[in-house]
Design a protein. Sequence first.
Length: 220
Amino acid sequence: MFSIFCWHSAVAQAPDYQFSPQVQKAKDQMQLTLSTLFQFEQDDKNAKVDPVLKKLMLKNDEKQITQYVDQQKDVFIKHMNDEIRHGDATATVALLEFALFFNDDELQEKIDLAPLQQLSDQKDAYASYLLAQQFKHTDDYIPLLEKAGQQGFVLAQMTLADEYGFRLPVEQQDEKKAAFWANKAKQNLGEAAYTEQKCALANCDLEEFEMVDFSKLTQQ
């Protein structure tokens, strides 16, 4: 199973995804807390911050900081589950984003993927991309990635280029398909932006793919 993900909608590849207003509001609050936690030392006076967390960080009370962040995470999960029970499929998308970002396998196992599958069936490229990450076998996740890639989802296209280029078992690698998906991504992003995104997801100095710790990436 591959996993290339961060809270910022897969390195900003899904900026226009339409969550329901109530889900987007909860996501914004959670993002504010995380941004405050990771970027506080940058001392940007114009940056929006979580005021409660800011006060705790000024006190340098690690225990209270941890308790507050954990509390905010619990509130978010409860809110998303409530929205899911009320039939909001975008809450499933948001909850899966959250679980992937925090590498929360236990939470992932509890998420009902049916709403995500329905969104994928409705040609929701981002849903297809997230759904693909729930499978281990290539026969399951490659078609979902290709579905998202054909619909123009750039990160799926970049992932497919790597999958066919070197990450799949040797007998399943395909230079033509790798080049095809790389070119698709370059057409959408432009050559310079493609290289920049590629470097955000790989170790360019070593010229080899390396999984990224997105918690560290957010701090940069």
